[in-house]
Design a protein around this ligand. Structure first.
Ligand SMILES: Nc1nc2c(ncn2[C@@H]2O[C@H](COP(=O)(O)OP(=O)(O)OP(=O)(O)O)[C@@H](O)[C@H]2O)c(=O)[nH]1
Ligand SMILES: [Mg+2]
Length: 348
């Protein structure tokens, strides 16, 4: 399950956004209370699961899931980097959702989203800098004492430090951000970021920044509006969507963006028992997709019987798709495509 950490300066609307993204999903559940860190697990909305369910009438339908993490601690009021606890919850996230205030505060303070963004970005960089610096000191002292050290790791960490010294996030340097040798450091600025502008009800546009940050996948949400929406019945919601001209809910859009950002796709298994969505990285081969379901299926892998979602829908049923020659037999090395419906043949 992918984990998304919600960060943002104090009063940026993190709690509001978290509620919009979680309280929402009727099937979603709260795992913890409000005063502590909050964790919300939600189902990934996917129309394909619904339509496949309509075709198979399974006993059970299972959507993919996403976990949102909201640290209790306020960000920005203290020099964060000195507080190890602040970042603890989000250290092991797959990506960060950076909420930036783009509405006037009740007191009247107009938003300054670009400066706000940079402020917290600097905190991420500083926190990483301190981790890197400490590690370098330790390695150097081991070296002095004649211990054998991992030179490759040492040079990667020094390279990271110099990027951070320039006040640049590690995600700017993919070789470092993706390096397996650095994974254990859980660098915050190495994580992919989804930039979320939190707007007022009336406004649905992104602010104009001097330095554009397209690589951060800017997404505009109207936090309070979306939070109300998330708590409505389906009928009320429909009316509301039209009134405020919302074509897709924040929940939908944020998840979609997160999948894009992390290079994730879905494949499906279908049958009378269950229709289920599985999440994998793009370019995953059939053998590894099998492993996501069960290691036995990987071990005993024979073939994957594959049909593209659209082909199955066009045919109107599996047997029809077969007759039309749309069902393929693929081997271990087949690259799974988004929407593939797969039956694994295996033998253990
Ligand atoms: N106009 C407007 N106000 C909002 C929106 N989202 C949040 N607010 C207001 O901004 C204030 C802060 O929102 P929260 O969601 O509590 O923000 P937070 O980042 O969790 O704040 P702290 O946890 O207190 O640091 C509240 O008064 C909200 O009502 C929004 O989309 N539009
Ligand atoms: Mg809050």
């Amino acid at each position: 399950m992918i984990k998304l950490g919600i960060i943002g300066l104090a009063r940026s609307g993190r709690s509001t956004v978290f509620r919009a993204l979680t309280a929402s999903s009727q099937d979603g559940e709260y795992l913890r209370g409000r005063d502590s860190d909050q964790i919300g697990v939600v189902f990934v909305p996917d129309e394909r699961v619904d339509l496949l369910t309509g075709m198979y009438h399974p006993k059970k339908r299972t959507y993919a899931q996403v976990e949102y993490l909201l640290p209790a601690q306020q960000m920005s009021t203290e020099p964060l980097a000195k507080e190890p606890g602040t970042w603890k919850l989000v250290r092991h996230c797959d990506a960060l959702i950076h909420v930036v205030r783009n509405f006037s505060e009740p007191g009247g303070e107009p938003p300054n989203s670009e400066a706000d963004f940079r402020k917290l970005e600097q905190e991420l960089i500083l926190a990483d800098f301190m981790v890197a610096e400490k590690r370098i000191e330790r390695i150097e002292s081991e070296k002095k004492r004649g211990r054998k050290i991992n030179e490759e790791e040492f040079s990667l960490i020094k390279a990271s430090l110099s990027v951070l010294e320039e006040e640049r996030p590690l995600r700017d340097v993919p070789e470092l951000a993706a390096s397996p040798l650095l994974r254990g450091y859980t660098f915050l600025s190495a994580k992919p970021v989804l930039l979320l502008f939190n707007n007022t009800d009336e406004d649905n546009s992104a602010p104009n920044w001097v330095k554009k940050k397209e690589e951060l996948n800017p997404t505009v949400v109207r936090g309070e509006l979306e939070m109300e929406l998330a708590q409505m019945s389906a009928d009320d919601a429909e009316e509301f969507l039209t009134e405020f001209d919302i074509s897709t809910s924040a929940l939908d859009r944020v998840i979609r963006r997160s999948y894009e950002l992390l290079g994730l796709i879905s494949f499906f298994t279908v049958g009378e028992d269950e229709v289920k969505a599985w999440t994998i990285k793009k370019d995953t081969v059939a053998l590894d997709a099998a492993d996501v379901i069960h290691s036995d299926i990987k071990r005993g892998f024979i073939r994957a019987e594959v049909v593209a979602y659209q082909d199955l829908m066009n045919a109107g049923g599996y047997q029809e798709a077969k007759k039309q020659g749309r069902v393929r037999l693929e081997g271990k090395g087949y690259t799974v495509a988004d929407g593939d419906i797969i039956h694994f043949r295996f033998n253990v």
